[in-house]
Design a protein around this ligand. Structure first.
Ligand code: HEC
Length: 97
């Protein structure tokens, strides 16, 4: 029974179950965000991220999907879905322990 519940959870639209996804960041976002290329908000820099997060996660995901100024549509990710973007955004906007 427990296993069935887990499978159901995995099949549901993922955005509400989003988890932090450093691997998406490493693969597709790091190139620009690591050093703030073109004024990209830097990872784990809460001052950079606070005003962005204030717009709401949905808006941020849309910015990545459609591109924003020097950020190309989709970041550099081929085949990422909303949950991947959200996971990468959550990773970048967190303080490192
Ligand atoms: C080619 C460089 C580049 C890549 C690759 C890139 N970004 Fe960005 N990103 C930027 C720049 C530049 C900005 C600042 C845009 C602005 O507000 O002018 C930005 C801004 C953002 C913002 C804030 C958007 C907003 O509405 O304020 C988010 C969220 C974001 N990036 C997420 C990502 C994610 C997630 C990835 C990887 C899947 C990614 N970016 C890949 C350059 C990049």
């Amino acid at each position: 029974m427990k296993r069935a519940l887990i499978i159901v959870a995995l099949l549901l639209p993922t955005s509400s179950f989003a988890e932090v996804r450093p691997e998406v960041y490493e693969r597709a976002c790091k190139l620009c965000h690591e050093f703030g290329v073109g004024s990209a908000p830097k990872p784990h820099d809460l001052n950079d991220w606070a005003p962005r997060l204030g717009k709401g996660m949905k808006t941020l995901i849309n910015s990545v999907k459609h591109g924003k100024n020097s950020m190309p549509p989709g970041g550099m990710c081929v085949g990422c879905d909303d949950a991947d973007y959200q996971g990468a955004i959550e990773y970048m906007s967190q303080r490192v322990e």
